[in-house]
Write a protein that binds this ligand. Structure first.
Ligand SMILES: *Cc1c(COP(=O)(O)O)cnc(C)c1O
Length: 394
Protein backbone atom coordinates (compact mmCIF):
# COMPACT_ATOMS: atom_id res chain seq x y z
CA UNK A 1 0.00 0.00 0.00
CA UNK A 2 1.25 3.48 -0.90
CA UNK A 3 -0.10 6.16 1.40
CA UNK A 4 -0.15 9.43 -0.53
CA UNK A 5 -2.59 11.46 1.54
CA UNK A 6 -0.28 13.06 4.08
CA UNK A 7 -2.03 16.43 3.72
CA UNK A 8 -5.13 14.81 5.25
CA UNK A 9 -3.18 13.22 8.07
CA UNK A 10 0.12 11.44 8.63
CA UNK A 11 1.12 8.15 10.17
CA UNK A 12 2.51 8.67 13.66
CA UNK A 13 6.28 8.36 13.89
CA UNK A 14 7.88 5.61 16.01
CA UNK A 15 9.31 8.19 18.43
CA UNK A 16 5.91 9.89 18.82
CA UNK A 17 4.17 6.58 19.59
CA UNK A 18 6.86 5.53 22.07
CA UNK A 19 6.80 8.90 23.81
CA UNK A 20 3.02 8.82 24.05
CA UNK A 21 2.92 5.27 25.42
CA UNK A 22 5.55 6.00 28.02
CA UNK A 23 3.83 9.18 29.08
CA UNK A 24 0.45 7.47 29.43
CA UNK A 25 1.96 4.72 31.54
CA UNK A 26 4.23 6.76 33.78
CA UNK A 27 3.19 10.38 33.72
CA UNK A 28 -0.51 10.17 34.45
CA UNK A 29 -0.41 12.98 37.01
CA UNK A 30 -2.37 16.19 36.56
CA UNK A 31 0.09 19.00 35.72
CA UNK A 32 -1.79 21.27 38.13
CA UNK A 33 -1.16 18.92 41.10
CA UNK A 34 1.64 19.79 43.49
CA UNK A 35 2.95 16.30 44.27
CA UNK A 36 5.76 14.71 42.28
CA UNK A 37 3.92 12.98 39.44
CA UNK A 38 1.89 16.15 38.88
CA UNK A 39 5.03 18.23 38.74
CA UNK A 40 6.69 15.71 36.44
CA UNK A 41 3.78 16.03 34.05
CA UNK A 42 4.09 19.81 34.29
CA UNK A 43 7.76 19.51 33.38
CA UNK A 44 6.91 17.41 30.32
CA UNK A 45 4.49 20.13 29.21
CA UNK A 46 7.03 22.90 29.63
CA UNK A 47 9.74 20.92 27.84
CA UNK A 48 7.31 20.36 24.96
CA UNK A 49 6.51 24.08 24.90
CA UNK A 50 10.20 24.86 24.56
CA UNK A 51 10.64 22.30 21.79
CA UNK A 52 7.79 23.54 19.60
CA UNK A 53 8.67 27.21 20.26
CA UNK A 54 12.20 26.63 19.04
CA UNK A 55 11.05 25.19 15.70
CA UNK A 56 9.30 28.47 14.77
CA UNK A 57 11.71 30.77 16.68
CA UNK A 58 9.10 31.81 19.26
CA UNK A 59 9.38 32.18 23.04
CA UNK A 60 7.85 29.27 25.02
CA UNK A 61 5.49 31.73 26.75
CA UNK A 62 4.01 32.51 23.33
CA UNK A 63 2.81 28.92 22.77
CA UNK A 64 -0.75 27.85 23.73
CA UNK A 65 -1.58 24.16 23.37
CA UNK A 66 -4.90 23.43 21.66
CA UNK A 67 -6.87 20.42 20.42
CA UNK A 68 -5.48 20.92 16.90
CA UNK A 69 -5.38 23.24 13.92
CA UNK A 70 -9.09 24.05 13.80
CA UNK A 71 -9.18 25.19 17.42
CA UNK A 72 -6.01 27.26 16.96
CA UNK A 73 -7.54 28.94 13.88
CA UNK A 74 -10.77 29.69 15.74
CA UNK A 75 -8.90 31.10 18.72
CA UNK A 76 -6.64 33.30 16.60
CA UNK A 77 -9.55 34.80 14.68
CA UNK A 78 -11.60 35.36 17.82
CA UNK A 79 -8.61 37.01 19.51
CA UNK A 80 -8.18 39.50 16.67
CA UNK A 81 -11.94 40.07 16.37
CA UNK A 82 -12.31 40.91 20.09
CA UNK A 83 -9.37 43.31 19.98
CA UNK A 84 -10.67 44.87 16.77
CA UNK A 85 -14.18 45.33 18.11
CA UNK A 86 -12.83 47.18 21.17
CA UNK A 87 -11.20 49.72 18.83
CA UNK A 88 -14.11 49.89 16.41
CA UNK A 89 -12.10 48.06 13.75
CA UNK A 90 -14.40 45.57 12.09
CA UNK A 91 -12.65 44.67 8.82
CA UNK A 92 -10.80 41.39 8.22
CA UNK A 93 -8.74 40.35 5.18
CA UNK A 94 -8.18 36.72 4.18
CA UNK A 95 -7.87 34.71 0.98
CA UNK A 96 -10.41 32.86 -1.12
CA UNK A 97 -8.87 29.42 -0.61
CA UNK A 98 -8.31 29.16 3.13
CA UNK A 99 -9.15 26.02 5.10
CA UNK A 100 -12.75 25.84 6.28
CA UNK A 101 -11.58 26.32 9.88
CA UNK A 102 -10.81 29.89 8.76
CA UNK A 103 -13.58 30.46 6.19
CA UNK A 104 -16.41 29.19 8.40
CA UNK A 105 -15.14 31.21 11.37
CA UNK A 106 -15.09 34.27 9.10
CA UNK A 107 -18.72 33.50 8.11
CA UNK A 108 -19.64 33.62 11.78
CA UNK A 109 -17.76 36.87 12.36
CA UNK A 110 -19.54 38.36 9.34
CA UNK A 111 -22.87 37.59 11.03
CA UNK A 112 -21.54 39.45 14.06
CA UNK A 113 -20.98 42.57 11.97
CA UNK A 114 -17.45 42.16 10.65
CA UNK A 115 -16.74 42.96 7.03
CA UNK A 116 -14.63 40.34 5.23
CA UNK A 117 -12.43 40.88 2.18
CA UNK A 118 -11.12 37.73 0.46
CA UNK A 119 -8.04 38.32 -1.67
CA UNK A 120 -7.73 36.67 -5.06
CA UNK A 121 -5.19 33.85 -5.20
CA UNK A 122 -4.78 34.02 -9.00
CA UNK A 123 -4.14 31.08 -11.33
CA UNK A 124 -0.86 30.19 -9.63
CA UNK A 125 -2.47 30.00 -6.18
CA UNK A 126 -0.54 32.94 -4.77
CA UNK A 127 -1.66 36.09 -2.99
CA UNK A 128 -0.09 39.31 -4.34
CA UNK A 129 1.50 41.47 -1.60
CA UNK A 130 0.59 44.69 -3.45
CA UNK A 131 -3.06 43.61 -3.47
CA UNK A 132 -2.92 43.07 0.28
CA UNK A 133 -1.41 46.51 0.74
CA UNK A 134 -4.27 48.06 -1.25
CA UNK A 135 -6.93 46.10 0.65
CA UNK A 136 -5.82 47.21 4.13
CA UNK A 137 -8.02 50.00 5.51
CA UNK A 138 -7.97 52.13 8.65
CA UNK A 139 -10.53 49.79 10.21
CA UNK A 140 -8.72 46.51 9.32
CA UNK A 141 -8.08 44.51 12.51
CA UNK A 142 -6.71 41.28 11.03
CA UNK A 143 -5.07 39.74 8.01
CA UNK A 144 -5.17 35.92 7.95
CA UNK A 145 -3.46 34.12 5.07
CA UNK A 146 -2.49 30.45 5.13
CA UNK A 147 1.22 29.61 4.97
CA UNK A 148 0.79 26.72 2.52
CA UNK A 149 -2.40 25.51 0.92
CA UNK A 150 -3.61 22.05 1.95
CA UNK A 151 -4.89 21.09 -1.50
CA UNK A 152 -2.50 22.55 -4.04
CA UNK A 153 0.48 23.12 -1.75
CA UNK A 154 1.33 26.67 -2.81
CA UNK A 155 3.49 28.59 -0.34
CA UNK A 156 2.56 32.24 0.17
CA UNK A 157 5.08 35.11 0.37
CA UNK A 158 4.52 35.18 4.14
CA UNK A 159 7.49 37.40 5.06
CA UNK A 160 6.36 40.06 2.59
CA UNK A 161 2.76 39.90 3.79
CA UNK A 162 3.93 40.04 7.40
CA UNK A 163 6.05 43.09 6.73
CA UNK A 164 3.13 44.95 5.18
CA UNK A 165 0.88 44.14 8.14
CA UNK A 166 3.49 45.16 10.71
CA UNK A 167 4.11 48.45 8.89
CA UNK A 168 0.39 49.19 8.84
CA UNK A 169 -0.14 48.07 12.44
CA UNK A 170 -2.54 45.24 11.55
CA UNK A 171 -2.45 41.83 13.25
CA UNK A 172 -1.20 39.05 10.98
CA UNK A 173 -2.23 35.42 11.49
CA UNK A 174 -1.19 32.46 9.37
CA UNK A 175 -2.69 28.97 9.30
CA UNK A 176 0.61 27.11 9.05
CA UNK A 177 -0.81 23.62 9.61
CA UNK A 178 0.64 22.30 6.33
CA UNK A 179 3.95 24.11 6.71
CA UNK A 180 5.19 23.63 10.28
CA UNK A 181 7.93 20.99 10.51
CA UNK A 182 7.99 20.67 6.70
CA UNK A 183 9.55 23.99 5.68
CA UNK A 184 11.53 26.52 7.75
CA UNK A 185 9.43 29.11 9.62
CA UNK A 186 10.66 32.04 11.69
CA UNK A 187 7.84 34.03 13.29
CA UNK A 188 10.14 36.91 14.21
CA UNK A 189 11.84 37.33 10.86
CA UNK A 190 8.53 36.93 9.01
CA UNK A 191 6.59 39.34 11.29
CA UNK A 192 3.96 36.74 12.18
CA UNK A 193 1.73 37.72 15.12
CA UNK A 194 -0.25 34.48 15.38
CA UNK A 195 0.27 31.02 13.86
CA UNK A 196 -1.71 27.77 13.95
CA UNK A 197 -0.22 24.27 13.90
CA UNK A 198 -1.49 20.71 14.23
CA UNK A 199 0.51 17.64 15.31
CA UNK A 200 -1.15 15.06 13.05
CA UNK A 201 0.17 16.81 9.94
CA UNK A 202 3.75 16.04 10.94
CA UNK A 203 3.59 12.50 12.31
CA UNK A 204 2.23 13.43 15.73
CA UNK A 205 -1.12 12.33 17.17
CA UNK A 206 -4.55 13.67 16.16
CA UNK A 207 -6.39 16.02 18.50
CA UNK A 208 -3.45 18.15 19.56
CA UNK A 209 -1.82 21.29 18.20
CA UNK A 210 -0.75 24.75 19.22
CA UNK A 211 -1.37 28.42 18.65
CA UNK A 212 1.52 30.87 18.75
CA UNK A 213 0.58 34.38 19.81
CA UNK A 214 3.22 37.10 19.96
CA UNK A 215 3.92 38.50 23.43
CA UNK A 216 1.77 41.51 24.28
CA UNK A 217 -1.32 40.39 22.34
CA UNK A 218 -4.24 39.66 24.65
CA UNK A 219 -5.46 36.16 23.79
CA UNK A 220 -9.20 35.49 23.85
CA UNK A 221 -10.18 32.11 25.27
CA UNK A 222 -12.62 29.79 23.58
CA UNK A 223 -12.98 27.49 26.58
CA UNK A 224 -13.67 28.87 30.04
CA UNK A 225 -12.69 27.00 33.18
CA UNK A 226 -9.41 26.44 34.99
CA UNK A 227 -6.24 28.47 34.69
CA UNK A 228 -4.35 26.17 32.31
CA UNK A 229 -2.38 27.70 29.42
CA UNK A 230 -1.99 31.09 31.13
CA UNK A 231 -5.75 31.14 31.70
CA UNK A 232 -6.38 31.15 27.94
CA UNK A 233 -7.38 27.53 27.35
CA UNK A 234 -9.09 25.73 30.21
CA UNK A 235 -9.08 21.96 30.66
CA UNK A 236 -6.58 19.44 31.99
CA UNK A 237 -3.83 19.29 29.42
CA UNK A 238 -3.46 16.42 26.95
CA UNK A 239 -0.02 15.63 28.38
CA UNK A 240 0.68 12.46 26.41
CA UNK A 241 -0.50 14.04 23.16
CA UNK A 242 1.54 17.18 23.74
CA UNK A 243 4.65 15.14 24.61
CA UNK A 244 4.19 13.09 21.43
CA UNK A 245 3.70 16.26 19.37
CA UNK A 246 7.00 17.60 20.70
CA UNK A 247 8.78 14.33 19.92
CA UNK A 248 7.37 14.33 16.39
CA UNK A 249 8.20 17.96 15.65
CA UNK A 250 11.72 17.58 17.02
CA UNK A 251 12.48 14.65 14.73
CA UNK A 252 10.94 16.36 11.70
CA UNK A 253 12.75 19.65 12.38
CA UNK A 254 16.12 17.96 12.63
CA UNK A 255 15.59 16.21 9.26
CA UNK A 256 13.73 19.03 7.53
CA UNK A 257 16.20 19.86 4.79
CA UNK A 258 16.94 16.24 3.96
CA UNK A 259 13.23 15.31 3.91
CA UNK A 260 12.33 18.26 1.71
CA UNK A 261 15.03 17.40 -0.79
CA UNK A 262 13.87 13.78 -1.02
CA UNK A 263 10.19 14.69 -1.34
CA UNK A 264 10.90 17.31 -3.95
CA UNK A 265 12.85 14.85 -6.07
CA UNK A 266 9.91 12.42 -6.05
CA UNK A 267 7.36 15.17 -6.71
CA UNK A 268 9.37 16.55 -9.62
CA UNK A 269 9.35 13.07 -11.16
CA UNK A 270 5.60 12.67 -10.47
CA UNK A 271 4.87 16.02 -12.12
CA UNK A 272 7.05 15.13 -15.12
CA UNK A 273 5.34 11.74 -15.48
CA UNK A 274 1.76 12.92 -15.01
CA UNK A 275 2.22 15.87 -17.39
CA UNK A 276 2.59 13.32 -20.20
CA UNK A 277 -1.06 12.37 -19.79
CA UNK A 278 -2.87 14.34 -22.53
CA UNK A 279 -5.19 17.17 -21.42
CA UNK A 280 -3.88 17.36 -17.90
CA UNK A 281 -2.48 20.24 -15.87
CA UNK A 282 -0.63 20.81 -12.64
CA UNK A 283 -2.55 22.96 -10.16
CA UNK A 284 -0.68 25.77 -8.42
CA UNK A 285 2.72 27.34 -8.94
CA UNK A 286 5.28 24.75 -10.11
CA UNK A 287 8.04 26.10 -7.84
CA UNK A 288 6.50 27.84 -4.80
CA UNK A 289 4.89 24.69 -3.43
CA UNK A 290 5.29 22.25 -0.56
CA UNK A 291 7.99 19.67 -1.29
CA UNK A 292 5.53 16.75 -0.94
CA UNK A 293 2.49 18.05 -2.84
CA UNK A 294 1.36 17.23 -6.38
CA UNK A 295 -2.11 18.26 -7.53
CA UNK A 296 -3.37 17.62 -11.06
CA UNK A 297 -6.54 18.05 -13.07
CA UNK A 298 -7.38 15.55 -15.82
CA UNK A 299 -10.04 16.57 -18.28
CA UNK A 300 -13.02 14.29 -18.93
CA UNK A 301 -12.98 12.21 -15.74
CA UNK A 302 -14.39 12.26 -12.21
CA UNK A 303 -11.90 12.54 -9.36
CA UNK A 304 -13.89 10.18 -7.14
CA UNK A 305 -13.79 7.33 -9.65
CA UNK A 306 -10.07 7.85 -10.08
CA UNK A 307 -9.55 7.63 -6.32
CA UNK A 308 -11.56 4.45 -5.94
CA UNK A 309 -9.73 2.71 -8.76
CA UNK A 310 -6.36 3.86 -7.42
CA UNK A 311 -7.36 2.47 -4.03
CA UNK A 312 -7.90 -0.90 -5.76
CA UNK A 313 -4.32 -0.62 -6.99
CA UNK A 314 -3.09 0.07 -3.47
CA UNK A 315 -2.63 3.83 -3.80
CA UNK A 316 -4.33 6.05 -1.25
CA UNK A 317 -4.73 9.59 -2.52
CA UNK A 318 -7.30 12.34 -2.46
CA UNK A 319 -9.30 14.48 -4.84
CA UNK A 320 -10.11 18.14 -4.60
CA UNK A 321 -13.76 17.39 -5.18
CA UNK A 322 -15.16 16.66 -1.76
CA UNK A 323 -18.38 14.71 -1.98
CA UNK A 324 -20.31 15.96 1.03
CA UNK A 325 -23.74 14.58 1.90
CA UNK A 326 -24.69 13.78 -1.67
CA UNK A 327 -23.86 17.18 -3.14
CA UNK A 328 -21.02 17.14 -5.63
CA UNK A 329 -19.46 20.54 -5.09
CA UNK A 330 -16.01 20.87 -6.58
CA UNK A 331 -13.19 22.10 -4.36
CA UNK A 332 -13.38 25.80 -3.41
CA UNK A 333 -9.59 25.85 -3.76
CA UNK A 334 -9.61 24.75 -7.40
CA UNK A 335 -12.45 27.14 -8.20
CA UNK A 336 -10.45 29.94 -6.52
CA UNK A 337 -7.53 29.39 -8.92
CA UNK A 338 -9.94 29.61 -11.84
CA UNK A 339 -10.59 25.96 -12.72
CA UNK A 340 -14.10 25.59 -14.13
CA UNK A 341 -16.43 23.03 -12.49
CA UNK A 342 -15.95 20.27 -15.08
CA UNK A 343 -12.18 20.44 -14.84
CA UNK A 344 -12.11 20.87 -11.05
CA UNK A 345 -14.06 17.61 -10.73
CA UNK A 346 -11.25 15.65 -12.36
CA UNK A 347 -8.59 16.42 -9.77
CA UNK A 348 -6.07 14.32 -7.91
CA UNK A 349 -3.97 15.31 -4.89
CA UNK A 350 -0.92 13.26 -4.05
CA UNK A 351 0.69 14.31 -0.78
CA UNK A 352 3.56 11.92 -0.41
CA UNK A 353 5.48 10.83 2.68
CA UNK A 354 9.17 10.67 3.46
CA UNK A 355 9.25 6.89 3.03
CA UNK A 356 8.20 6.88 -0.65
CA UNK A 357 10.63 5.05 -2.92
CA UNK A 358 11.60 5.50 -6.58
CA UNK A 359 9.64 2.33 -7.44
CA UNK A 360 6.56 3.73 -5.66
CA UNK A 361 6.86 6.91 -7.71
CA UNK A 362 6.98 4.99 -11.01
CA UNK A 363 4.09 2.77 -9.89
CA UNK A 364 1.96 5.84 -9.08
CA UNK A 365 2.69 7.37 -12.50
CA UNK A 366 1.81 4.24 -14.46
CA UNK A 367 -1.28 3.54 -12.33
CA UNK A 368 -2.65 7.06 -12.72
CA UNK A 369 -1.91 7.00 -16.47
CA UNK A 370 -3.70 3.66 -16.97
CA UNK A 371 -6.65 4.60 -14.77
CA UNK A 372 -7.23 7.98 -16.43
CA UNK A 373 -7.13 6.28 -19.83
CA UNK A 374 -9.57 3.59 -18.66
CA UNK A 375 -12.03 6.13 -17.20
CA UNK A 376 -11.88 8.22 -20.35
CA UNK A 377 -12.69 5.15 -22.45
CA UNK A 378 -16.30 5.27 -21.27
CA UNK A 379 -16.69 8.91 -20.20
CA UNK A 380 -19.47 10.72 -22.13
CA UNK A 381 -17.69 14.04 -21.46
CA UNK A 382 -14.48 12.68 -22.98
CA UNK A 383 -16.41 11.38 -26.02
CA UNK A 384 -17.95 14.84 -26.57
CA UNK A 385 -14.49 16.38 -26.32
CA UNK A 386 -13.02 13.89 -28.79
CA UNK A 387 -15.90 14.39 -31.22
CA UNK A 388 -15.44 18.15 -31.04
CA UNK A 389 -18.85 18.77 -29.47
CA UNK A 390 -17.05 20.39 -26.56
CA UNK A 391 -13.85 22.37 -26.43
CA UNK A 392 -10.82 21.10 -24.54
CA UNK A 393 -9.77 23.45 -21.76
CA UNK A 394 -6.56 21.79 -20.70
C1 LIG B 1 -5.65 19.88 8.65
C2 LIG B 1 -5.74 21.35 8.55
C3 LIG B 1 -6.44 22.11 9.52
C4 LIG B 1 -7.21 21.47 10.63
O1 LIG B 1 -6.38 20.90 11.61
P1 LIG B 1 -7.01 19.85 12.64
O2 LIG B 1 -5.92 19.56 13.59
O3 LIG B 1 -7.41 18.66 11.84
O4 LIG B 1 -8.16 20.53 13.30
C5 LIG B 1 -6.45 23.48 9.38
N1 LIG B 1 -5.81 24.08 8.37
C6 LIG B 1 -5.12 23.41 7.43
C7 LIG B 1 -4.42 24.14 6.35
C8 LIG B 1 -5.08 22.02 7.49
O5 LIG B 1 -4.43 21.34 6.54
Amino acid sequence: MIYADNAATTKMSRVAIDTMMECMEKNYGNPSSLYSIGQEAKEILEDARKTVAEVINADPSEIYFTSGGSEADNQALLTAARLGKQKGKMHIISSAFEHHAILHTLDRLELEGFEITLLDVHEDGLVRPEELEKAIRDDTCLVTIMYANNEIGTIQPIAELGEICRKKGVLFHTDAVQAVAHIPIDVKRENIDMLSSSAHKYHGPKGVGFLYVRKGIRVANLIEGGAQEQGKRAGTENVAGIAAMAAAIKEMASNMEENAEKLKKHCDRLIEGLKEIPHSALNGDPVKRLPGNVNFCFEGIEGESLLLLLDDKGIEASSGSACTSGSLDPSHVLLAIGRIHDVAHGSLRLSIGEDLTDEDTEYIISSVRDTVEYLRSFSPVWRDLMEGKKEFIL
